[in-house]
Write a protein that binds this ligand. Sequence first.
Ligand SMILES: O[C@H]1[C@H](O)[C@@H](O)[C@H](O)[C@@H](O)[C@H]1O
Length: 579
Amino acid sequence: MRVNMPHLKSRASQSNNSDGASVEFCSEPDSPGKTAKVTLESLEVQRAPANDDEDRIQIKPVNDEDDTSVMITFNQSLSPFIITLTFVASISGFLFGYDTGYISSALISIGTDLDNKVLTYGEKEIITAATSLGALITSIFAGTAADIFGRKRCLMVSNMMFVIGAILQVTAHTFWQMAVGRLVMGFGVGIGSLIAPLFISEIAPKMIRGRLTVINSLWLTGGQLVAYGCGAGLNYVNNGWRILVGLSLVPTAVQFTCLCFLPDTPRYYVMKGNLQKATEVLKRSYTDTSEEIIERKVEELVALNQSIPGKNVPERVWNTIKELHTVPSNLRALVIGCGLQAIQQFTGWNSLMYFSGTIFETVGFKNSSAVSIIVSGTNFIFTLVAFFAIDKIGRRTILLIGLPGMTMALVVCSIAFHYLGISFDNSVAVVSAGFSSWGIVIIIFIIVFAAFYALGIGTVPWQQSELFPQNVRGIGTSYATATNWAGSLVIASTFLTMLQKITPAGTFAFFAGLSCLSTIFCYFCYPELSGLELEEVQTILKDGFNIKASKALTKKRKQQATRVHELKYEPTQEIIEDI
Ligand SMILES: O[C@H]1[C@H](O)[C@@H](O)[C@H](O)[C@@H](O)[C@H]1O
């Protein structure tokens, strides 16, 4: 790969080595304690042809192993610009939560509004699942689209899908129009669920990247909570469900309008070779960082951005897929990214959320919407706890607290269901044993389950973008997001059957078993990535999951971040090798 950086004034003192295998960047100390020196041994530097601008240098990483060997660590504080970008991007999270959340109440209040008859159980399932199906379809392509057209444009397309989907639903008088509206809305949800966390992780200062990405999850769980709340309020209003759907147009319009005035991520601009725009966005993001450091950061991003070869788009996409599967660090990232998303869905949270009303009725509680609000409220509050913990305590630690907690809560629920003696007959009618103290145990431990879920596996998988290097980030996150939606589709459509076939006690025991296996998976395969540069993660995953090294590197980076006035260039590889 060759990267031209003609706009960058070369402050590089090039070695006389004829093959140009190393380059040293030195900055004049502009203030005491602000000395910077970096040796980019891994970069091959070539002089441009003599008739070209003498100052132009071309840098290319020599090979995969070297391309993450040097990292620039500087004080990355949070600016209003980054906060604005994060909030605008995470409106997608709100729409994801609201649109998946309102359907359970809408289905109750639809009554005979569609085709002048009550919806059958199968029709209700199709209307619910259509959004997950739509999301699954677009999440497969959204990553590639984000690399080709940009993150921002993809978010704007998702807004259009939300608008078309909502209009189709609000005006629906037939089951099929409603189902198609839900499917189109799902297209928007799929794009937004992938792009928003990707966008945020690419603009976030590394020390709070986890937190900023959790803001998207906060909006998501908040969206679900709002949907349940509005749903409960509009349940008895004539055509209340149309208002419920129509309300989703407000955040969509806000996001679209704001995006018209905001840029894309610096990493996307670097991918497209638009270094001027990348520099501009970085400058607006890090207002108290010197121009020189910003330029270095751009140089570094350029050097680490290995573009994928190919004559045309299909060839490049194919080569990207190959790269994702053949480079060991990418393959490990894929195992972690898809693994965590699968765990998030297959440990049963969504089935509990969607069917919590039914479950609570079986154990003697009649006010199902109130109870659903308590469960999704717990999900929201503990996502807030994750927000404070994810960078400080670390992603790995909160996962390893959350998953065993979920296992314990599911085991207790399974035992309680066993003693409660509840069963579901073939028509999914509930044969209730009436209210008992086991019923209270179930309610308490479903809430405990929700808390541990939200703290760890509900939020951490959405940090997926940090696992992949720039050149495969789009496709890699597509795989992971598609795994999420496929899992959600499977679980939502099999949960009630499981309750019938293997009893509630068996179903909860099954989820407990999966949570337990998931804890083992995370213990051995999920390194700590808080505080690392996006580009450093590949060094960790290069020759294994390197749990120990990741913990040490994280610690080191966090210590450095407290010494805010030191400008540091410290080779990642060296730190890891020292461990
Ligand atoms: O992270 C989110 C969150 O936990 C939601 O509550 C859940 O419904 C989604 O499926 C999940 O992806």
